[in-house]
Design a protein around this ligand. Structure first.
Ligand code: SF4
Length: 280
């Protein structure tokens, strides 16, 4: 495993790493290729779900130390589902021990209750939880699993324990984009003091699903007087409602194009290989 990492990190031509010209402010680490849900729109960030999840805490720490001198400030754990990673507690403490790095986790939220003893608000800068709907029935339809109440219970635990939480709400035409659904999720976030990120359906999504569920995020949110229209797509305009920050995340292609196709992040895959942040 270590050989994969160091080969990749030292392959400057391939990975566009240059100490003087190219910074790596963030490292996105996919801890697991698999997930315990089956969202109909899932593209798993381009990672085959059968990719072996063999990476260990020691490999991850080695990778972090190896890129730290390139300006690394942020590590984001994703999956599949990152809370399926067995050695989570040790991993989080080990990364914190490296120093000067903010730790972020993106999760479907179903396992928070089970893993809460392995987490700490003093270590995690922000935990992003996917919640596309507050309708239990629609949640089951979207995720293929009956775990809506587990997510709500997990979020309640995070709130009680003082975590900084962001809700990720993917805009899906006909499922969560009418005025009432949008207002409901905003009210829920305001009530619980969670931030809220609306997300545009990715163009990596399978064509039939994209065709059926894609909706223009700007026009959709204008319906509730949130106007995210900006000159540049990667301008992160935001709104605040009673302390809750509301943002819109455009899809990767738009961001890539608007930044001239440059990327400044790396991904560490569950099989131990590194690759560019964007996966096309
Ligand atoms: S929770 Fe995320 S990784 Fe899991 S199936 Fe849904 S979209 Fe895919």
């Amino acid at each position: 495993m270590r050989q994969f990492l160091f080969k990749a990190i030292n392959d400057k031509e391939n990975f566009k790493i240059n100490r003087f010209e190219f910074k790596i402010p963030s490292l996105r680490i996919s801890l697991k290729s698999n997930c315990n849900e089956k969202c109909f729109y899932c593209h798993n960030e381009g990672i085959p779900s059968k990719m072996p999840s063999v990476i260990k805490t020691g490999d991850i720490i080695n990778a972090i130390y190896s890129v730290k001198d390139y300006g690394l400030r942020k590590v984001k754990f994703t999956g599949g589902e990152p809370l399926l990673f067995e050695d989570l507690k040790n991993l989080l403490y080990s990364v914190k021990h490296v120093g000067d790095i903010d730790i972020f986790i993106t999760t479907n939220g179903t396992l928070i209750k089970k893993r809460i003893k392995d987490l700490s608000p003093n270590i995690i800068s922000k935990i992003s939880v996917s919640l596309d709907t507050l309708s239990e029935e629609k949640y089951k339809f979207i995720t293929g699993k009956n775990l809506f109440n587990d997510v709500l219970a997990g979020l309640e635990l995070l709130r009680k324990n003082g975590y900084k939480v962001e809700i990720d709400n993917l805009l899906l035409k006909g499922l969560n984009t009418n005025k009432q659904s949008l207002k409901n999720i905003i009210d829920y976030c305001v009530k619980n003091k969670f931030n809220l990120q609306f997300i545009e359906l990715s163009d990596k999504t399978m064509a039939d699903i994209h065709g059926k569920y894609y909706i223009d995020p700007i026009k959709t949110l204008q319906k509730i007087d949130l106007d995210f229209n900006t000159e540049k797509l990667n301008d992160r305009k935001f709104f605040k409602i009673n302390g809750t920050k509301i943002t819109l995340c455009r899809n990767v292609k738009n961001l890539c194009e608007s930044s001239g196709g440059r990327c400044s992040g790396l991904r560490l895959l569950p099989n131990g290989y590194l690759r560019d942040f964007f996966y096309n």
